[in-house]
Design a protein around this ligand. Sequence first.
Ligand code: SAM
Ligand code: DTB
Ligand code: SF4
Length: 327
Amino acid sequence: MTIRTDWTRDEIAAIFDLPFADLLFQAQTVHRAHHRANHVQQSTLLSIKTGGCAENCGYCSQSAHFATGLKASKLMAVDAVLTAAREAKAAGSERFCMGAAWRSPKDRDMAIIVAMVKGVRAMGLETCMTLGMLTADQSARLAEAGLDYYNHNIDTAPEYYDRVVTTRVWQDRMDTLDHVRDAGINVCCGGIMGMGESRSERVGFIHALATLPQHPQSVPLNRLVPIAGTPIGDAQLDAEGAPIDEIEFVRTVATARIVLPDTMVRLSAGRETMSEAGQALCFLAGANSIFTGDRLLTTPNAGQASDADLLGRLGLNAPEPRLEAAE
Ligand code: SAM
Ligand code: DTB
Ligand code: SF4
């Protein structure tokens, strides 16, 4: 199967609109051709610098523009981050993602960030950082430190972007993604479903990812976790907290899987309020990673015990059957 960066919006819309069984069959077929069928990567998130962010992303608990009741804190010490990473690894995580509520990192923070990347990587964990906008120089420093992935989300369709955030523009995101890619770091870039966007805008979001110069190696798909006090959270809570329909979310996962065959599609925020059947459908649709542990960045997550139970019942991550040694 060829990897295409010339998808049209109409082609992607036609996939999104397929009868559900056809969509899932196609997605699972692509999934099996490109990924380990019954493996779901477990990732752990850590907020290394929480709250007080200068940006006004309308969904975010950490923006200084909204009264969400979140307590801001300073950048964590390297040792504390390494302790959390060690615990994540012991709990079965393969990937450790560190997030800072910054518009962009200050140069004085970079030495600390570099030490975190090196330390986590030395434990044999895959590393991911999300720190806001980066310059070419900062990207090069992270690449040199051995950072595996940089997360920088476009969040939604280009035409819906200014409904979500106004302290930056779409092109700012494209510039950082270019710097990260040029530095040779894997790009992790995704978005949030359920912010009041239409299906056409969800198609536009996937189209934007699929037509980047190179497909992101990783695409996190989040279901909005509505945060009281934020404009987007409040709008959804007013609508009786109706989160995006699970079937529509599964369609988004399946469409992303089909048009981005080699990409790790991550079922990210919003699992806590999703049914087990909905999550199972996401795996069938090609999601190949979840965040485990009790917390995401600032919100609760489905805990380790319930995840282990679900993965077990779905036969995911079971040990490979052992081949008996030939006589
Ligand atoms: N400050 C960095 C930045 O955005 O450039 C990184 C941290 S930010 C919390 C990472 C991503 O988490 C956002 O782009 C968004 O997609 C997701 N996210 C944040 N708050 C969320 C919420 N309430 N519900 C779902 N996803 C959310
Ligand atoms: C992403 O797309 N989802 C993760 C990760 N990238 C950094 C973050 C989800 C955050 C959910 C809301 C919170 O816990 O604050
Ligand atoms: Fe800041 Fe990131 Fe939250 Fe936006 S999503 S307000 S950039 S922490």
